[in-house]
Design a protein around this ligand. Sequence first.
Ligand code: MG
Length: 203
Amino acid sequence: MKFICIGRNYVEHAKELGNEVPEEPVIFMKPKSALLQTNMPFYYPAFTNELHYECEVVLHISKNGKYISEATAQQYYDAISVGIDFTARDVQSELKKKGLPWEKAKAWDNSAVLGKWNNISADLDRKNIVFSMKKNGEIVQSGNTRDMIHSFDQIIAHVSNYFSLNIGDVIFTGTPKGVGECSVGDELEGFLGDESMFKIKVQ
Ligand code: MG
């Protein structure tokens, strides 16, 4: 499996990092080794002094495909959750300055946190999904998928022009505004609506 991640998919978040709002989805990937296994501890990486959380809606790919149309994209994912696209922001800033790839800032071991999966029901309004994350019990990010620049179906159609989607792949659909730092001892809890989907502690 692989993680396909979308960057700058919420206008307010693009602005908070001083980035342009992109016309087509910004894509990067994380390897399978980026997955933080359920119930395993998350350790603050030694190579960063500016670890940022990015809480995002994530999609579970349930069908293999390539060159998927927007109209049929819904057939290719069956479950939804929230997760964290952990980012070493200081490392990323250096890489961006030099025009280098982002893997050292984004794709390291355990940089992808996934919540439990909820099956997608036929009546789910994909363009009105509320999600949020608490740090130490206080909400630090809250989003609604209606504010996404590129919808789930547009993302899947676009991504599949470049990369085959395979069963078990996960798509991170971008973070809303409110990204920020976390430190050792912080507890992060992600929610889909009011439902707690993951809870981790930075160690
Ligand atoms: Mg992200």
